[in-house]
Design a binder for this molecule. Structure first.
Ligand code: AMP
Ligand code: ZN
Length: 150
């Protein structure tokens, strides 16, 4: 627990939140600036700053909780889909530095949904750059996904 952290204070009950569900390791609550109706956040109770810092067991628990909440939200709110979003780093839109997954129900009805895609789907990239970047990362990872990258 970090004294300075807003989401740690929410978990501790020192800052109010609209709780949706919790278990031993995770806590889900409503986002106060919702991008769509029913926008929620799922966090680990244990403090981790971001995606790079969160231990595997907390990441697994938060991801599974987000999946469960997403299914429930789509059914309960009659949503047409759902986005999971994580922002890692200030330049990637992270504003609260306690790991969280956004669970954002999506609606065809735009009176319930204010999200827009921040890039243009279907715009082709430079194939040489795509291949170069893919190859570099593949070499860095040694082509494997099971080992951790330090
Ligand atoms: P991010 O920008 O990915 O770090 O997301 C942080 C999210 O936390 C934003 O969507 C905020 O609206 C939300 N937020 C900030 N303060 C609170 C709060 N006290 N209760 C609920 N959500 C909050
Ligand atoms: Zn925290």
């Amino acid at each position: 627990m970090s004294d300075q952290c807003l989401f740690c204070s929410i978990v501790a009950g020192n800052v109010p939140s609209v709780k949706v569900a919790e278990d031993d390791t995770t806590y889900a609550f409503m986002d106060i600036n919702p991008g769509s109706d029913g926008h929620m956040l799922v966090i680990p109770k244990r403090h981790s700053k971001d995606l790079f810092e969160i231990p595997a067991d907390d990441l697994t628990a938060v991801t599974l909780a987000a999946q469960r909440i997403a299914k429930a939200a789509v059914a309960e709110f009659d949503a047409d889909g759902v986005n999971l979003l994580n922002c890692c780093g200030a330049d990637a839109w992270q504003t609260v530095f306690h790991f969280h997954l956004h669970v954002i129900p999506r609606y065809v009805d735009k009176t319930r949904d204010r999200l827009v895609l921040p890039w243009q789907p279907g715009t082709p990239g430079d194939i040489e750059a795509i291949v170069t970047l893919g190859s570099r990362l593949s070499a860095t990872l040694d082509g494997r996904l099971s080992a951790t990258l330090d």
